[in-house]
Design a protein around this ligand. Structure first.
Ligand code: NAP
Length: 460
């Protein structure tokens, strides 16, 4: 696929980029391999200087970085600035805390002494999606570079300028050549790279289809991998929820980033006693959103990332309706230039309808009414995905009990799914495996080595 910037607000092609040749790719891989040999040996403090500097540069260049993101994938400008800020905070956090996470851990064997030590493993290849063009990069760069690995990153083909801008920050921060390499490569070259013995680990964030392909290639090569894939998170509303607050979170949870978030609330599961009121208020709130230029601060509904994304989503909604779903609102593109989808609510989505299992990557909410808490949990768990989810109730202990019963990697009480620099992010089932960020995330691509002190005499 060609790497190109197409402004989703007006469909205009801004710039097309060449993919690298195999020979150029070899040069970059050789540089990354050489960089690792030096980077692995320097102290955390030395690594932190560069990683923290990139975070500072992100903040200093916030406006330009945010505008590039809005231009390439249509994120509303205020959200784009928020993402730049968040990405900078991730880098700062790992610059400061990585050493603590990776410090040797003393073990307590029955005889003698032992500890675990952490060491980097080499060049990690990352494949990243367009929906959070900088956050996704910071999420791998902060932890894994601080752990002493080096990164080669294939970003999505529709955000090439964001990818280039992020790589430039490392150069500007004084990073050694090969420490962080942006790759504009084809899917075939992706396979070749994973097959190369100099690549020691593979991290993908993307769709389930991409996960199956890339995880299979990594598995064939017996390489460690982490897969951060799609989701169809449940947003459970129990009868004692604060309705107005819950509806505000519902709108934010479904519409943030124009609904193009892996851990967005996608299935709204509401107990009978609140269902009508919730649906009415949710619909009113979605109807109030105003489509417009994502560069304009006043716009409350941005375009989808591309015309292709819009066509896919419209088709999914039409198919869902053909198989029995009822349209409450929206359902179609908005009649204006650019890839705008009307905020949409579907009900009566039954098992057997493909929509019941699919991920809707855009402003489409599926609404379910259920008898009670048990039915809500059962429906939440009737999904191939297992990324995150949330539960709304005034009773926190009850919320925690429900959270424990939902089969996902993350659960939130009276809040939508979110990411914090210091907390692990990731899912189970088709949502993938492994974690990014937090203590668990930074450990994904390190060698955890047991060091045991002699405890008995050598056999004679
Ligand atoms: P995608 O089509 O899977 O693309 C993601 C990345 O994978 C892009 O860089 C893409 O490159 C690459 N890719 C796709 N197929 C490939 C293949 N066969 N070989 C090599 N590279 C391949 O996903 P998307 O539509 O951009 O992103 C949306 C998906 O990502 C959603 O399902 C969303 O839920 C998921 N996501 C998950 C998380 C998480 O943390 N769990 C976070 C964000 C997004 P090209 O652009 O060149 O095709």
């Amino acid at each position: 696929m060609a790497y190109q910037t197409i402004n989703p607000f007006n469909g205009k092609t801004v710039q097309i980029f060449e993919t690298v040749t195999d020979r150029q790719l070899e040069t970059k891989l050789a540089a990354a391999t050489a960089a690792f040999e030096k980077w692995r040996k320097i102290s955390y403090a030395e690594r932190a200087k560069i990683v923290a500097k990139v975070g500072e540069l992100m903040l200093a260049n916030m406006d330009n970085l945010a505008k590039t993101m809005t231009l390439e994938m249509g994120k509303r400008i205020s959200e784009a600035r928020g993402e730049v800020d968040f990405s900078a905070r991730i880098l700062a956090y790992y610059a400061k805390n990585a050493e603590k996470f990776l410090a040797p851990v003393k073990l307590h064997p029955v005889h003698g002494t032992a500890h675990m030590e952490s060491s980097p493993i080499g060049v990690i290849f990352c494949v990243e999606p367009w929906n959070f063009p900088y956050y996704q990069l910071a999420r791998v760069a902060g932890p894994h570079l601080m752990a002493g690995n080096v990164l080669m990153v294939k970003h999505a083909s529709n955000v090439p300028q964001c990818a280039i801008a992020f790589e430039k920050l490392w150069i500007e921060a004084g990073a050694p050549v090969g420490l962080y390499t942006n790759l504009q490569i084809s899917h075939d070259q992706t396979d070749k790279l994973i097959n190369d013995p100099r690549i020691k680990g593979v991290a993908l964030t993307g769709s389930v289809d991409a996960g199956r392909t890339i995880a299979a290639c990594a598995g064939k090569n017996v390489k460690i991998s982490s897969m951060e894939l799609g989701g169809s998170d449940a947003f459970i509303v129990l009868e004692d929820a604060d309705l107005d607050l819950t509806v505000k979170w519902a709108v934010w949870g479904r519409m943030y980033n124009t609904g193009q978030t892996c851990c967005a609330a996608k299935r709204f599961i509401v107990v009978e006693s609140l269902a009508d009121k919730f649906l009415e208020k949710f619909q009113v709130a979605l109807e109030a959103l105003k489509p417009g230029d994502p560069m304009d601060e006043k716009t409350t509904l941005g375009p989808l990332s591309s015309e292709a994304a819009l066509v896919t989503l419209e088709k999914q909604v039409a198919d869902a309706m053909a198989k029995g779903a009822t349209l409450v609102m929206g359902g179609k593109r908005i009649d204006r230039p650019g890839s705008f989808m009307a905020p949409t609510i579907l009900t009566d989505v039954k098992p057997g309808n493909p929509a019941f299992r699919d991920e809707f990557f855009g402003p489409v909410a599926m609404f379910f009414r259920v008898k009670d808490e048990d039915a809500a949990v059962a429906l939440a768990n009737d999904s191939d995905f297992g990324l995150g989810g949330s539960v709304f109730t005034k009773d926190i202990a009850r919320g925690e009990r429900v959270a424990s019963r939902v089969e996902t990697g993350m659960m939130f009480i009276n809040n939508i799914d979110w990411s914090d620099p210091e907390l692990p992010f990731g899912g189970i089932k088709d949502s993938g495996y492994g974690r990014e960020l937090g203590d668990m995330g930074i450990q994904e691509f390190v060698n955890k080595k047991l060091v045991r002190h002699a405890v008995m005499d050598a056999p004679v």
